[in-house]
Design a protein. Structure first.
Length: 343
């Protein structure tokens, strides 16, 4: 099978995407597929040496991404002959147009099968504000929140005071995220979050354990517990070897495991996600899970959580990549969801 792996792009998660794409391309080649690696920033074909860079301890500066330019994918598909007879596209992008539904809608129009969720689920999951509203509707516990440039007095009144987490509402990989402990730190955190897409989201901080649940098809994988070196599982802890420890399956009671997995499936379904995803939680000191967000294109790097959970379920990385491609070939309904999922 001929598979195009789309990676790179111009979002703040470019480095993560290149690492994800490199691992996916390697696995697909080892499975006997013909693989074409494409950087969507300009539609360049990539050799293995161009995807071999490591992920830094911090995301690239926003200004550093302007050098790449951005050719529309339609132009890319038209001008790169190697892509014209592609059997499927493996979307290894993170953030920006690669994860927010625009790329997925374009691939639907072109008629090329692609991995991950459709345009609707991708758009819903990328917008953390819409996601949280839908979580509440579905009965999935999520921390209380505010939106925009709020005053400290409003945080005290509505969220019970500090600490809070301030984050961009349309970014991933903990880019632009701050834990704010005092009123004096609030304005700088809001300015940092506002530099990225979407209005700032101010969320009540939940002390406790960091958990993640991967979804494959419509089944929850074993729960992963993350033990970061920092207070939260930030960019550095996610992508720097040795900065976090992982336990999978997480040491939880059977009842708690089932509760977290059930909440993950609810979140996955209410956001109209399909094929695969990862749902992130904090488990508070009373043992109650709080859903933070959903990831429609979870990372597939050496430190990523979905591959760890899949391995614990008996699915090695190479098999996982093939499984994701096979799910893509099953097709979607016109609503952007796979047959059999809520639409």
């Amino acid at each position: 099978m001929k598979i195009a792996v789309l990676m790179g792009g111009t979002s703040a998660e470019r480095d993560v995407s290149l690492a994800t794409g490199r691992e996916i391309a390697r696995a697909l080649k080892s499975n006997g597929h013909q693989v074409v690696s494409v950087d969507t920033a300009g539609g360049r074909l990539l050799g293995s040496a161009e995807t071999a860079g490591s992920i830094g301890r911090a995301p690239p500066e926003r200004g550093a991404l302007t050098e790449f330019g951005a050719a529309p994918l339609v132009k890319t598909l038209d001008e790169v002959p190697e892509l014209r007879d592609t059997d499927a596209v493996f979307v290894a992008l993170h953030g920006g147009t690669g994860e927010d539904g625009r790329l997925q809608a374009l691939l639907d129009l072109i008629g090329i099968p692609y991995t991950g969720s459709g345009y609707l689920g991708s758009a819903l999951a990328m917008d953390k504000l819409v996601s949280k509203e839908l979580f509440v509707q579905a009965g999935v516990p999520t921390p209380a929140w505010l939106v925009g440039h709020v005053e400290a007095a409003q945080v005290e009144r509505s969220l019970g005071g500090f600490p809070v987490v301030v984050k961009p509402s349309r970014e991933g990989s903990t880019v632009g995220v701050s834990v704010v402990r005092t009123p004096g730190e609030l304005e700088a955190a809001l300015e940092q979050a506002a530099a990225y897409e979407g209005p700032p989201l101010i969320e009540k901080f939940v002390p406790g354990r960091e958990l993640a649940v991967g979804i494959i098809g419509d089944e929850a994988l074993p729960v992963v517990e993350i033990k970061p070196s920092h207070e939260i599982y930030d960019y550095e802890c996610k992508y720097t070897q040795g900065m976090s420890q992982y336990e999978v399956p997480a040491q939880l009671s059977g009842e708690c495991t089932e509760e977290v997995q059930a909440a993950a499936l609810k979140a996955h379904r209410i956001l109209r996600l399909s094929a695969y995803s990862r749902i992130d939680f904090r488990l508070d000191e009373a043992g109650r899970p709080w859903c933070l967000e959903a990831n429609s294109l979870p990372g597939m790097t050496a430190t990523s959580l979905l591959p760890k959970a899949a391995a614990a379920a008996g699915i090695p990385f190479e098999q996982l990549c093939d499984l994701i491609v096979n799910l893509a070939l099953q097709g979607r309904s016109p609503a952007g969801t796979r047959p059999g999922h809520p639409g």
